[in-house]
Design a binder for this molecule. Sequence first.
Ligand SMILES: *[C@@H]1O[C@H](CO)[C@@H](O)[C@H](O)[C@H]1NC(C)=O
Ligand SMILES: *[C@@H]1O[C@H](CO)[C@@H](O)[C@H](O)[C@H]1NC(C)=O
Ligand SMILES: *[C@@H]1O[C@H](CO)[C@@H](O)[C@H](O)[C@H]1NC(C)=O
Length: 379
Amino acid sequence: MVAPMVTTFFLLFLATRARGQTTDDVSWAKRVDTGSQVVTTMQFYFHDTLSGNNPSAIKVAGPQSSASSPGGFFGQLMMIDDPLTEGPDKKSKLIGHARGLYGQAAQNELGLIMILNYGFTDGMYKDSSFSLLSLNPAMQSVREMTIVGGTGLFRLARGYALAQTYWLDASTGDAIVGAKNKGSLIQILKMKIEGMILMLCTIFIVLPLAQSILEGPKEVKEWFKELPIKKEKVTKLHFYFHDTTTGPGQTAHQIAESNISSTTITQFGRTFMFDNPLTIKPDIRSKRIGKGQGFFGAASFEEPRFLMNLNFVFTQGRYNGSTLQFLGTNPILHRVREMSIVGGTGVFRLARGIATAQTYFLNDTSSIVEYNLVVIHYH
Ligand SMILES: *[C@@H]1O[C@H](CO)[C@@H](O)[C@H](O)[C@H]1NC(C)=O
Ligand SMILES: *[C@@H]1O[C@H](CO)[C@@H](O)[C@H](O)[C@H]1NC(C)=O
Ligand SMILES: *[C@@H]1O[C@H](CO)[C@@H](O)[C@H](O)[C@H]1NC(C)=O
């Protein structure tokens, strides 16, 4: 039996820079426009509930044998749809949700690899989101994690989050075992977010002229040496993504689900690994320009909304062998969905950008989604 843990609650707002202009309409975020960029500092509470009648974090996969690690927790993967609130009280104002996966990735301590999208519903941040991709050593008093991209007001965002456990209740064994067995583990994390958002004043569309890019450690080093004199370029990409979940030509396979996936309309926790063709026209027989490889998983209790973590791997022309990394949530019934491009390789080294998805065709077994990407990169 571990006593409930309460850590002191510090206020962690950074002092607002005096010269900047602020345009805040919510109490939990401060936005300072410095002219060349916008720095947003946010503070809110994240409620992760594993037990009870309404858990917000549900196991979707785990190791075959619990003997593989102390406590059998290693490898356990949870899908979450966790409320974010203004205050520590769960009944305080709801400002958004953190959706996605976290999994235990450390053998001897609590170390969670987190693949999450934080979507907001309050004030000017409504419909904006950011993506976090980081390890969370959850027993440390302060954890710093990486924010890799965003949408809406957080387009092209980079930043970091500091998480502190506000309250933790592990009523059976230690916290790790408590999460696996029937004991309750409820965590409220306090987060301070400092996002760096570059403002885009003009968009130039410049197509890279170079031939296929040279790879290898030496070539990459050379490439970085020239980076200070390289210009930012903006490339637009347009293609169709074909997803087939059953039958002939299946490209997406279910790999995990939760014990409520089959009984909830949003199929919460159901996760697919896919290798989907990308074509230049909606017709699957049109020219293939690459593949979308990765996974998507149902990450919302409210609507069909999927965490998407994938690579676009291009196979044609000057983009042959280059990739773009994509992370966000996709509410598939919305007409237009915005998600973030958080990195790339080859001609897309250091890329950041935005992808918009629109459904061209959808039935029970397959979909064709039109993607428009706008990417900033340097090659
Ligand atoms: C799902 O699993 C959790 C934990 O293993 C359990 O507490 C819960 O009762 C299960 N829910 C259903 C609907 O079976
Ligand atoms: C793409 O690159 C691969 C590996 O270098 C090569 O085998 C292939 O022919 C190239 N494809 C096109 C269309 O250029
Ligand atoms: C969905 O559409 C695809 C492509 O037109 C078709 O092959 C498939 O049979 C359809 N599935 C259902 C359940 O209608």
